[in-house]
Write a new protein. Structure first.
Lengths: 249, 83
């Protein structure tokens, strides 16, 4: 095995990076691949709770770097304990052991972000169709270009198609035009994401969730499959049927 | 677009972002761009007659690259001489 290292980043916080990492990793693993996730946010890590693994965290990345993995110790929150070289070393160690290593980058463009992109073969930027999120995504894309990491792919998360239809939300076309990068998937706004994260089970394991379907599709695209984009105008369930009858679609 | 309907908010968002991103990417504030324009006009006026009011200089986006675009109409000197 030679794992591909993928970093998920965003610039702005709260746009769904951790949700994306948890879901993509789960979906790729469900396709039979071996996936390792790294939470690149040392001070405010959350990937563990989103995946429902908080009780199983004994060591963190700092323990690995400092070779203390045999010792159960208190969490170290020194942000300077990890360097880009450390990340490259850890990822290289993992390459022979997995198909994919997915790194959850912290928000911002400081040290934690620099660490998270250091080892990446490929970067995916997550954003929401919202002014501040798109602006911060653009800054991140600019840094990735300057660092010669190539042009990242975009996940447009939490798109509300009803608002887009009303011209009250930036459309996927608008965001792609503004950022000038390629799309790898659109995830519709979906309450089931919150319900799943309450339970600590990524939404990809919910076969009925549209966000789950979107993440499963992105997971396949990451694995190199050509999956057509979802029709976001298609409403499922009773409400969709009522809207159809009422001619609102 | 009807004059009586307010612009939908998605359009506001896109227009505002277009402006913000161009300045973010070039690291040039609107004030710096203004003073660049003034300096350009002074430099050009040394050689040819222009109408400063008609000059348009701005930043435009093309995918992920930016360009400084100037439209500088010249005063028609030869015609004035002939007349």
């Amino acid at each position: 095995m030679t794992a591909q290292v993928i970093t998920i980043t965003s610039g702005k916080g709260g746009v769904g990076k951790t949700t994306a990492v948890a879901n993509l990793a789960t979906a790729i693993a469900a396709d039979g691949k071996k996936v390792v996730c790294i939470d690149g946010d040392i001070g405010l890590r959350n990937l563990d709770v989103v995946m429902g693994l908080e009780n199983r965290i004994v060591y963190d990345i700092v323990d690995v770097i400092e070779g203390r993995c045999k010792l159960k110790q208190a969490m170290i929150r020194d942000k300077n304990a990890v360097s880009p070289t450390d990340m490259i070393r850890i990822c290289n160690d993992l390459r022979s052991d997995a198909d994919f290593v997915i790194i959850d980058s912290p928000a911002g463009i400081e040290r934690g972000f620099r660490n998270a992109i250091a080892a990446a073969d490929r970067v995916i930027v997550v954003t929401n169709p919202e002014v501040s999120a798109v602006r911060d995504a653009d800054r991140v894309v600019g840094i990735l270009e300057a660092e010669e990491k190539g042009i990242p792919a975009l996940i447009l998360n939490r798109l509300n198609q009803a608002l887009v239809r009303n011209n009250d939300m930036l459309s996927a076309e608008d965001v792609l035009d503004l950022l000038g990068i390629q799309l790898i998937g659109i995830v519709p706004e979906d309450e089931s994401v919150i319900i799943s994260s309450n339970r600590g089970a990524p939404v990809v394991s919910d076969p009925k969730s549209r966000a789950g379907q979107a993440f499963r599709n992105i997971a396949r695209r990451i694995q190199g499959q050509d999956v057509p984009f979802m029709d976001l105008d298609q409403q499922s369930g009773l409400w969709g049927a009522i809207q159809k009858l009422a001619g609102r679609k | 677009m009807n004059f009586f309907t307010r612009k939908r908010s998605a359009e506001n968002a896109k227009e505002r972002l277009q402006l913000v991103l161009v300045h973010d990417r070039t690291d040039l504030t609107p004030a710096q761009l203004e003073s660049l324009k003034d300096d350009l006009l002074i430099a050009i006026s040394k050689y040819i007659e222009i109408d400063p009011e008609a000059v348009q200089i701005g930043l435009e986006r093309d995918g992920r690259s930016q360009r400084l675009v100037a439209d500088i109409p010249l005063r028609n000197v030869s015609r004035r001489h002939a007349g």
